[in-house]
Design a protein around this ligand. Structure first.
Ligand code: SF4
Length: 377
């Protein structure tokens, strides 16, 4: 099996938040300043213990990584640069909560080396934000984004969520229009997924908020993407759209079966066919790193079959789809030869396209991606 040389991505997990949103199932906890100081030191140590390699992205995710001091961000970037050969033009992203984004902090993050911001906005409707337990208002989000644009980052992105409790299609489209008026470089549109014990579920039951019917949700997604396209933000992945040259290089590594190191509690890594997950508890992570012990668990060697399956699932999330010849050169099977007959009914129903040696999902297909992916299992 050939392995195309590709630069690594470096993911740094920051598990602290100022408040816990009622729908959130990420690995995070409330900010504890003393623990944060110990955590950053441990994270730096974990990075410095890594074997190195060429890298062209650094991604601070969370949690709320913008709660770190700019000096802490600079120190972690320096650890990455001293351990890995990080390219001069590396994409360095900070997930940012609008509440933490004052003009002074934004300038300091830029000076620390951050060149891409990804804001967690979710909605420009204050009632919707309150129902989610978010601490920022829509006005605060607008202020933060405008300040970021003035500060001069290479790319400014933000996340929006659809299918929120008591969100009407009209209110969703108002959020889309307000987002586009800010002229972002990149937008992510996520469907709210409620995990089984999410406090938001209880809030919804108590307050009688319901979600829009499935058909409305599909229309909201499709019309949202239409408006983004008309404004020059082309969809390139199921949930992501960007102006030319502003696709997320880091996230493309996940969708194009690249390799990445994940540092910090609960972070996943996939390098050279091996995958592992760090232990999730922040305090245990700090203690074990301090004691010189490993924090990696669930280490597995991915079989060729597992890698093929995953490359199909993730590759088909991209609008460019999968190029059969390239896939074969890399994984040793021609995916259309192997799965084309099973995918043909979806071609007939216009949910899958196949032309010039490539195949992928149409927008309608993206709405039922999980059903189509069953073909590969
Ligand atoms: S800010 Fe983000 S990571 Fe933190 S609780 Fe809210 S959704 Fe979760």
């Amino acid at each position: 099996m050939n392995h195309e040389p590709m630069n690594l991505g470096l993911y740094l997990h920051i598990p602290f938040c100022q408040a816990i949103c009622s729908y959130c199932n990420f690995n995070r906890g409330l900010l504890d300043d003393a623990l944060k100081v110990r955590y950053v030191a441990a994270l730096e140590q974990e990075i410095r213990r890594a074997p190195g390699g060429g890298a062209d992205t650094i991604f601070f995710g969370g949690g709320t990584p913008s709660l770190l001091d700019p000096a802490e961000i600079a120190r972690l970037i320096a650890a990455c640069r001293e351990t890995f050969e990080v390219t001069a033009d590396a994409e360095i992203t900070l997930e940012t909560n609008p509440e933490t984004a004052t003009p002074a902090r934004l300038a300091a993050f830029r000076d620390a080396g951050i060149n891409r911001l990804s804001f967690g906005v979710q909605s420009f409707d204050d009632d919707e934000l309150r129902r989610l337990g978010r601490i920022h208002s829509s006005a605060r989000a607008v202020e933060a984004i405008e300040a970021a644009m003035r500060t001069g980052f290479k790319s400014v992105s933000f996340d929006l969520m659809l299918w929120l409790p008591a969100q009407s299609p009209a209110s969703w489209l108002r959020t889309i229009d307000r987002a586009l008026a800010l002229a972002p470089d990149h937008l992510s549109l996520y469907l709210l997924e409620l995990y089984p014990n999410a406090p938001l579920k209880e809030d919804m039951a108590r307050a009688g908020w319901s979600m829009a019917p499935d058909d409305d949700a599909a229309d909201m997604y499709l019309e949202g993407l239409n408006r983004l396209g008309a404004a020059g933000l082309e969809q390139y992945e199921i949930s992501n759209a960007a102006r030319p040259g502003h696709q997320s290089r880091h996230n493309l590594k996940y969708w194009q079966a690249g390799d990445w190191f994940g540092f910090g509690c609960g972070a996943h890594s996939t390098v050279n066919g091996r995958r592992w997950k760090n232990l999730a508890s922040t305090a245990d992570y700090v203690d074990r790193i301090g004691g010189g012990q490993s924090v990696a668990g669930d280490v597995e060697s991915l079989s060729t079959r597992a890698r093929v399956e995953e490359a199909l699932f993730t590759g088909l999330r991209l609008t460019e789809g999968i190029e059969s010849a390239r896939f074969q050169a890399r994984f040793g099977i021609d995916p259309w030869e192997r799965y084309g007959a099973d995918l043909d009914p979806f071609v007939q129903s216009h949910q899958v396209w196949h032309k010039n040696g490539r195949f992928g999902l149409t927008r309608e297909g993206m709405l039922v991606a999980n059903e189509i992916f069953q073909v590969f299992v």
